[in-house]
Write a protein of this length. Structure first.
Length: 601
């Protein structure tokens, strides 16, 4: 019994000792599971903030060597960083026509063939062709009036035929009413039935032909109107392009007379831009004209395909209609055989007169229809010829201009300076207005620019000296802020432009530091302690809580605004007393109010 009590006593003692040990070491064990943080105390003092930026040296002004035609480079006669004087040979070009001139000549040959084909197809006289070439052809209004008049003549002729037919039908009805002839009219009645059948078939054929002809004719009229409108638009675009070319030539001459005048250079650039715009508009109008011409040619070809069938069907319908009238006339004559009444004789005379009038009306309708086609074909031919002639003469002028401004095989320097970039090599084909070489004019400054925030820009003034941080080779290089401008790529930022002096070249890369005067601040924290999330900038400070087992430390968030910064410190404002410890680094990411372990523990 005593042994059992001793065992229980010993177990109890051991348990209490273990609990005591765990109690004393629990703080240490727990600390090893917490995130370790480093801290620094909030201070006050001075901060000298600096604005830093990096960039490459470039010329404040440069001249771009270009040509106005597409040519192939034979040799490059200078090297990068070479000093050149006005008139020095820069490039030698291959002794061939430019791509633009070759293309213009090819287009001219095609246009001449198209014009000759249009003249021969229209079948006009030499005098008529010369009149069109001289621009003395009829106006658009005159053409429209001619077509309208021809259409009206057909309409009037058709109305006359309808009226004559109505008169014949009325007299025949009267003859049927008074006729008392007992003559055998079987053959004549059969002839009338046959004529009516053939007339019905001919009218059906005409209706079918009209269903094919009408939409094609409508499409042709629309295409003709579109072609005339496109021609007018193109003529206006050519006039504007010629005016822009004249202005550009004047601006170029003015600049060549005084290459040091930047205003004249700007005026020439603006004139070239306007010329490019007018050329683009002219080319667009030309493409629209070509499309309209192609559409018109297609519609004209389609009309020619159905015109013959329509004319044949219309002529056949007229013939069958006349045959039916003759058969009815013969029937009426047979019915009147043996009748000698004055009324019958009078009606027959009227019928003869009305039938003759109907024949004359049909003849007039056929003539008006033929005239209508002749007028349409004539106007269509004139429009096609005028358009083809205009295209041909425009291309002749373009070829002449390209030949006149051909630059030969040598390109020389228009200014004195340093070659800062060469964009082409021997064998390269250069497009018109592509930059072939860049020259830094003599006695022009070098600059370096970089983008900064709006707040940083407020700390910098024109005239501030910038420190060159990465002048590794000890070259004599200095930098001064020469301008501050809005950043066109980001309107909330600014561009700091520094003038670079000393041993610098285009393309050199430097990092600049621009400082402001020192200022005193009440609350300064390490820059590494400042964090940021969607709610803004903040710091985490250490908050201590006492427990029976010792102090516990927690990370508490304090929102701050950064006033200014230098390389390591930042002046801030926020709910701080000035004696707090801020968390600078952590072994793991931490959250607000999370328990942490100090690095010194």
């Amino acid at each position: 019994m005593t042994d059992r009590k001793d065992k229980i006593k010993n177990i109890t003692i051991i348990f209490l000792l273990v609990m005591l040990i765990l109690t004393f070491f629990s703080n240490t064990i727990m600390n090893y599971s917490l995130v370790e943080v480093s801290t620094q105390q909030v201070t006050s003092g001075q901060i000298t903030s600096k604005v830093r930026g990096s960039g490459s040296v470039e010329a404040s002004e440069s001249y771009s060597v270009t040509i106005e035609e597409t040519r192939k480079i034979a040799t490059v006669n200078v090297k990068k960083d070479a000093e050149v004087a006005t008139g020095d040979l820069l490039f030698t070009l291959e002794d061939t026509d430019s791509d633009e001139l070759d293309a213009a000549k090819k287009s001219l040959n095609e246009a001449q063939a198209a014009y000759e084909s249009a003249v021969l197809t229209a079948g006009i006289t030499v005098a008529e062709r010369q009149s069109i070439e001289a621009g003395k052809g009829s106006s658009l209004t005159q053409k429209q009036n001619e077509i309208a008049a021809a259409n009206q003549r057909v309409k009037d002729a058709q109305a006359a035929v309808d009226a004559a037919q109505a008169s014949v039908d009325k007299i025949k009805a009267q003859i049927d009413a008074v006729s008392n002839s007992t003559a055998d009219t079987t053959a004549e009645e059969k002839a009338v039935l046959d004529a009516e059948k053939k007339n019905s078939e001919a009218q059906d054929s005409l209706t079918s032909a009209e269903s094919d002809y009408t939409p094609v004719k409508s499409a042709y009229d629309t295409a003709l109107s579109g072609l005339q409108s496109a021609q007018s638009t193109y003529d206006e675009a050519v006039a504007l392009k010629n005016e822009a070319q004249l202005n550009c030539d004047k601006a170029e001459k003015a600049y060549n007379d005084d290459k040091t005048n930047n205003d004249k250079k700007t005026a020439w650039d603006n004139a070239k831009t306007a010329l490019d715009g007018s050329v683009s508009a002219m080319n667009k109008a030309k493409r629209q004209l070509d499309t309209a011409q192609s559409t018109f040619n297609t519609c004209q070809a389609n009309l020619n395909k159905v015109q013959g069938s329509y004319d044949s069907a219309k002529s056949a319908a007229t013939d069958r209609k006349n045959a039916l009238s003759n058969a009815n006339y013969n029937l009426s004559v047979k019915k009147l055989t043996g009748t000698n009444t004055a009324e019958a004789n009078n009606l027959q005379a009227q019928l003869n007169t009305a039938t003759a009038a109907l024949t004359d009306a049909n003849t007039a309708l056929t003539s008006a229809t033929n005239d209508q086609k002749k007028v349409t074909d004539k106007i269509s031919g004139e429009v096609t010829i005028a358009s083809a002639y205009k295209t041909m003469t425009d291309l002749q002028e373009e070829v002449a201009k390209l030949q006149a401004k051909s630059i030969g095989t040598e390109i020389t320097s228009p200014i004195s300076g340093t070659v800062t970039d060469i964009a082409v090599t021997a064998g390269t084909t250069v497009n018109a207005n592509d930059v072939m070489m860049t020259i830094q004019p003599e006695n022009k400054a070098y600059v370096l620019q970089f983008s900064v925030t709006e707040n940083q820009a407020k700390k910098v003034r024109v005239g501030d000296t910038a420190e060159v941080l990465n002048n590794w080779y000890g070259n004599d290089v200095s930098a001064v802020v020469s301008a501050i401008r809005k950043d066109p790529q980001n309107r909330s930022n600014s561009i700091i432009i520094c003038e670079m002096k000393g041993d610098v070249s285009v393309g050199d890369s430097y990092t600049l530091s621009i400082g402001e005067q020192s200022s005193n601040y009440d609350t300064i924290v390490p820059t590494s302690a400042i964090r940021e999330d969607s709610n803004g900038k903040f710091i985490l400070i250490i908050e201590s809580k006492s427990t029976p087992l010792g102090n516990r430390y927690y990370a508490r968030r304090v929102d701050v605004d950064v006033i200014t910064s230098d390389d390591t410190k930042s002046a801030v404002t926020g709910a701080l007393e000035g004696y707090e410890y801020v968390i600078t680094t952590t072994t793991k990411p931490i959250k607000e109010n999370e328990q942490v372990r100090l690095a010194s523990e």
